[in-house]
Design a protein around this ligand. Sequence first.
Ligand SMILES: C[S@@+](CC[C@H](N)C(=O)[O-])C[C@H]1O[C@@H](n2cnc3c(N)ncnc32)[C@H](O)[C@@H]1O
Length: 256
Amino acid sequence: MKHALLVWLLRALARKPAPFRVLDTHAGIGRYDLASDEAERTGEWRAGIGRLLDITEGPLADYLDLVRADGGYPGSPALTAALLRPQDRLALVELHEEDHATLRALFRRDSRVAVHRRDAFEAVRALTPFPEKRGLVLMDPPFEQPGEYERLTAAITEVSRRARGLVQAAWYPIKGRAPVRAFHTALAESGVRDVVAAELHLREPVDAARLNGCGLIVVNPPYGFEEAARAILEALRVELSGEAGAGWALTRIADE
Ligand SMILES: C[S@@+](CC[C@H](N)C(=O)[O-])C[C@H]1O[C@@H](n2cnc3c(N)ncnc32)[C@H](O)[C@@H]1O
C-alpha cells in the first residue's frame, strides 16, 4: 500500500522537469530477496506481494511493473531510485549499523543517492529544506517502541515548518482504533495544512494485537492524488482481504 502510493507520488513529482529530492528517513536495506531463508521462514510475503505479482493492468500495474523489473522485493529506496531522473537526488537515512552498510553497498555506484547513518528525526532537521525546493519526505518508522505516533506528528510538523511546500508521506500501522484516532486529532491540531490520510483496512480492528491495516498520511498531496489513491486502495482491498470489515478510507485531516 505504502509503495503503490509512493510510486504514484513520485510519478507526480516527475511530471515537471525541474529537479526534485527525496528524503527517506527510515530506509531499511533497500531491497529484499524473497527467496532468502528469512523471507521463507515467515512466508509473510505470500499473503501480500505474492498475491499481486501477476497483475499487469489497473491502478496497481505501474507499481507491480517496477517490482517485476527489480526481480526481488524492492523497498522504498530501490523503488525511488528506479524513478529518479538524472537531475533528481535521493537521501537515505538508516540508523541500524548493518542495514546502513547493506544500503550503502547497494547504492555505491549511484552518484544521485546519498546514504546517511543517523537518527531519522535528527535527519529531518539536518537535511531539510532541500536545495531543489521541491520533493518528498518519506517517514516509515518501525513502530516498535511507544511514542512513535507522537514522534511522527512532531516530525511532520517540523518538516512542514522548515519546508512548507514539500510532499510528505508517513506510514502508520492500524491495530486498534483509539491510537489512530488520537494521531489524526493531533495532526489536525498541529497547524499543518493540506493533510489527507489514506488507509487500507484488512478487517475490523477488534483485536488490537494484530496488524489490522495501515495508513499513509500525505501532506501537500499533488493534484489528482485523492482519486488515484481511491483506485489503488480499492484494488488492494479486492486483492488482499475478503475478511469482514475490510475496506479503505480516504480522510481529509486538514484543508489546504
Ligand atoms: C519499516 S523499515 C523501513 C522500510 C523502508 N522504508 C521500505 O519501505 O522499504 C524501518 C527501518 O527504520 C530503521 N530505524 C528504526 N529507528 C530508526 C531511527 N530512529 N532513525 C533511522 N532509522 C531507524 C530500522 O532499522 C528499519 O530498517
